[in-house]
Design a protein around this ligand. Structure first.
Ligand SMILES: C[S@@+](CC[C@H](N)C(=O)[O-])C[C@H]1O[C@@H](n2cnc3c(N)ncnc32)[C@H](O)[C@@H]1O
Length: 306
């Protein structure tokens, strides 16, 4: 394989998408381009990929990885949530497969200046696109205590959300990752928990800063609209809220009837849009989980357009 980092659930994702030569594929979350390379390899000699990433640095780095495949991939610095308006202009209006590998990349996590990691000191930024929108520091320093608590509760699923929000507000301003992480570690550490006490807080801030759930809720229906009959969508999620949305959307779009359960005769004339290819989410096996701890929370779901 030409890349150093192996993407999460790599083999399973490519096998489910089953790329064919001459096919057209969208990679909505390009990152370092690992999954795109897999699609390009499997769709040789003339399959094409249209890739999206909000992070301009990811586009530059990922395209630098494409080597012999460069001529068969176009990368756009935009949100996958906007794919329905952007893709047709690139000739991608009836596509054979779409992949979304949600969340952040290890390159983003490892770069202290991006402010995603409590392990590395940097400005609390966390924007996938550093040219737009509010930073994590903006949220930390400007939201009310109850707004902060709601974000920590909803996106971090952390039961200590109210206490954490109170602590943050009492210690503002907070502008660096280490200052925030140390504050939480000093005041809220729990010896029974194996993870760093700020883990869920950092996840919650990242999801809020990047409006990640809104992107999922707009982008996945848009992706399904762009698929041609027989085309497949594969979504890898790392958060239970995202996975639940994908599961429920796929389930709803496979239904043949949405009449109330007590109604004796069907009058809704519903036509299913999708066939589910995976009934249960695909998860990393033991070996992948050991080699790449991040893969442990990955859930892959795949559906096919009818
Ligand atoms: C987990 S990484 C993808 C890794 C990639 N599959 C690979 O093999 O290298 C997720 C990427 O999606 C990008 N991203 C997150 N939300 C996005 C959105 N709404 N639109 C476009 N890109 C997004 C992030 O900037 C990040 O680069």
């Amino acid at each position: 394989m030409p890349f150093t980092h192996i993407p999460v659930l790599y083999r399973q994702t490519i096998d489910f998408l089953r790329p064919v030569s001459n096919g057209r594929y969208i990679d909505g979350t390009f990152g370092a381009g690992g999954h795109s390379i897999g699609i390009l390899q499997a769709s040789a000699p003339d399959g094409h990929v249209l890739a999206f990433d909000k992070d301009p640095e990811a586009i530059t780095f990922g395209m630098g990885q494409m080597g012999e495949y460069e001529g068969r991939i176009t990368a756009v610095n935009a949100s996958y949530a906007d794919m329905e308006s952007i893709a047709p202009a690139h000739g991608f209006d009836q596509v054979d497969g779409i992949l979304l590998d949600l969340g952040l990349s290890s390159r983003q996590l490892d770069n202290a200046q991006r402010g995603f990691s409590f392990m590395r000191d940097g400005q609390l930024d966390m924007r996938f696109d550093p040219t737009q929108g509010e930073t994590a520091a903006d949220l930390i320093n400007n939201l009310t205590e109850s707004e902060l608590a709601n974000i920590i509760w909803r996106y971090g699923e952390d039961r200590r959300s109210r206490k954490m929000a109170r602590l943050i507000v009492a210690n503002r301003p907070i502008n660096s990752t280490h200052r925030l992480a140390n504050l939480i570690a000093q005041k809220m550490s729990n010896p029974r928990r194996r993870i760093h006490p700020a883990t869920q807080l950092f996840q919650a801030l990242r999801i809020a800063v990047n409006h990640e759930l809104e992107a999922v809720e707009t982008g996945i229906p848009a992706a399904i609209n762009l698929l041609k009959p027989g085309g497949r969508i594969a979504v890898i999620s790392f958060h239970s809220l995202e996975d639940r949305f994908v599961k429920q959307l796929f389930r709803r779009l496979t239904k043949t009837c949405i009449c109330p359960p007590r109604q004796p005769i069907c009058t809704c004339d519903t036509k299913p849009t999708l066939k589910r290819i995976t009934r249960k989410p695909i998860q990393a096996n033991e070996q992948e989980s050991k080699e790449n701890p991040r893969s442990r929370s990955a859930r892959l779901r795949v559906a096919e357009k009818l």
